[in-house]
Design a protein around this ligand. Structure first.
Ligand code: 13P
Length: 232
């Protein structure tokens, strides 16, 4: 299983280190065999070479080594911190920051060319979901345009926008149906994200079509994240 925590704009560098130390100890003590990832906010990234068992990635980066892209980090800055994992296409970046599909695909191509592990997010709005399963699948597949689905370090996260941060995840039936339809087009792992928490993680990850979870709010406390790992 792949379990990833997306801190979004939460935690500082200090609290992230503290979190990572506790998480790393927990994984060691429990001989955890799952793949655990953490995406802290960009300013909380650091050279976490002393932390074992957790792969730290960036929530965002510009598709260039360096240059005139005010406010952005490029691969040169990530390289200094030995970051080799990136999240691309999150609905908050597509929606709030206006990232187009073409730009998500450009980021994908650039970071794939550098061999990064890429967590690539897709997900539909409530309006699309209400239009039915066919419209939902069509929309999600359109968010894969320009993405090389045979890239060996690709992990896709299906995160319905209407389930993110709402406390109400998609139903097991909805997750199963959507994952099954998407998996007909994919060979990479497919994670679910959207209000995954301590009470629903076990049943969601028990679905055979689900290869892991991308967790936001419920991952912010390290004790909770550890408990979720223990439940799978
Ligand atoms: P929540 O778990 O807070 O719903 O967020 C999910 C998410 O967006 C992870 O990337």
């Amino acid at each position: 299983m792949i379990l990833a925590a997306n801190f979004k704009t939460n935690h500082t560098r200090k609290s992230t280190r503290h979190y990572l130390e506790r998480l790393s100890n927990f994984l060691f003590e429990t001989s955890c065999e799952h793949d655990i990832f953490l995406f802290p906010p960009p300013l909380a990234l650091d050279f976490f070479d002393d932390i074992g068992g957790v792969c730290v990635g960036t929530q965002n980066a510009y598709p260039a080594p360096s240059g005139a892209f005010t406010g952005e980090a490029g691969s040169e800055q990530l390289e200094e911190l030995a970051i080799q994992t990136i999240l691309i296409g999150h609905s908050e970046r597509r929606g709030i920051l206006g990232e187009s599909q073409a730009f998500c695909a450009e980021k994908f191509r650039y970071y794939a060319s550098l061999g990064y592990t890429i967590f690539y997010c897709i997900g539909e709005s409530l309006e699309v979901r209400r239009a039915g399963i066919e419209a939902t699948i069509r929309h999600n597949l359109s968010q894969l345009e320009g993405i090389d689905l045979s890239y060996p370090k690709l992990i896709i996260a299906y995160e319905p926008i209407w389930a993110i941060g709402t406390g109400v995840s998609a139903s097991l039936e909805q997750i199963q149906e959507t994952h099954a339809a998407l998996k007909a087009h994919l060979s990479c792992p497919l994670l679910y994200g959207g209000s995954v928490n301590l009470s629903n993680i076990a049943e969601i990850l028990a679905l055979p079509e689900v290869d892991g979870a991308l967790i936001g709010s419920a991952s912010l406390k390290v004790e909770d994240f550890c408990q979720m790992i223990q439940k799978i």
